[in-house]
Write a protein that binds this ligand. Sequence first.
Ligand code: BG6
Length: 483
Amino acid sequence: MSVMTQPPEGSAGPPTTVVLFGATGDLAKRKLLPGLFHLSRTGLLPDLRVVGTSLDDYDRDSFIALARKSLDEHSHDVSEDQWADFSQRLFWAPGGTPEGLRTGVEEAERNNPDGYQRLHYLSVPPAAALAVVKTLGEAGLAKDSRIIMEKPFGTDLSSARRLNTSLHEVFDEKQIFRIDHFLGKEPALNILAFRFANGLFEPVWNRNMIDHVQIDVPEKLGLEQRASFYEATGAYRDMVVTHLFQILAFTAMEAPTALDPQSITEEKNKVFRSMLPISPEDVVRGQYNGYLAEPGVAPGSETETFIALRCFVDNWRWAGVPFYLRTGKRLAEGQRIISIAFKEPPKSMFPAGSGVGQNGPDHLTFDLADKAKMSLSFYGKRPGPGFRLDKLSMQFAVEETDWAGSVLEAYERLILDAVKGNHTLFTTADGVERLWEISAPLLDNLPPVRPYAEGSWGPNQIHQLIAPSTWRLPFERGWREKK
Ligand code: BG6
């Protein structure tokens, strides 16, 4: 079989070698090794080899020991048989030289005369990515392979263009998979199902019915030993220009003509082209008290650990509808929600005091947790005498269905898609460059960073940004638990 053929979706992938750059790093330990193990044991990648590589001083045995520790910490129910099978699939190639890399890959692939689909996963800091690309070219490992690039893709428009130009010297665009793991989350895909597999919602999905949209991703986490990455990146580049804008595109895009990469990418990129440049007046930047004392943070650093902003998709569907985005570290809760606020009725027959409008407008909320949840909230009558109104909701949780066990973690899904050559859920050079373009007014004229307390919801200015509406989080009523 040709190594570039594309098996149908849902089927197992071809024999695959994943060359994992940054194999001893945090992402590899938390997500990639457990994800590869899961793909292998479930038979989605039945013939998998993993070649770990990094500049750290490791060999095959110590890499296998690291993988075992990572599975113990981050995978469930690893049986001894499964581990025995997976550990034989792990190889090591010393990083840095084309020869070392080539030898490691050849050793891993020795037993398969028909060849493996090679996937290079670059889980390395942005500054190291181009050196790795060059080494892959020199090692002769670029041809017919695929490459997953981690974000951020550059730090502004000119660096993103330079990065794309240099990448294209070694890889064709069709070989490149720019990963944004938010697009691999089941609930993100469910936005597409919800919008385009039903006739019910699309007619209300526009400026006539929708007042505003919130995409809110507060995190409780702090820097987690990533100070050197984070100092140079900050919340806008780490989360907004990547994950939050991609989710915005799924929420705002027109119906694609087909569920294929080209149609979906076209529609997403149209959203990005319609977005107005981000104005510094529409942005609140924050830094949590205590950030400056974190190891690895520069004295007087002005890196933002929090950002909230208002932006607009200036097309026929969305003109004038604000999209409010917020994310930050060390906030009160870890949540990932999209909330659509509908317009309120123009007139009410219900008297003041009846409860109408008291809990904000009707909302449709998507929870982007690994196990998707969705809720539609509306006013209804409280049972009994009189006419008291209360906010009620209809809720759906994947967890309550029989499919809960089939959920693929975002990285697993995206690695499998890349192995199969499916670009649908990856970003393109054009899209990324356009996002840097609309970011330029903000990046050229950054508003000051405001302090905020750890465990809060960010600096006070966030309320002015969204007034007269209010932030959906913290929820007034939590998600209903199954009784
Ligand atoms: C990463 C960011 O891409 O996404 C992290 O670099 C962030 O700073 C993480 O914590 C959030 O992803 P998830 O899937 O844990 O919500």
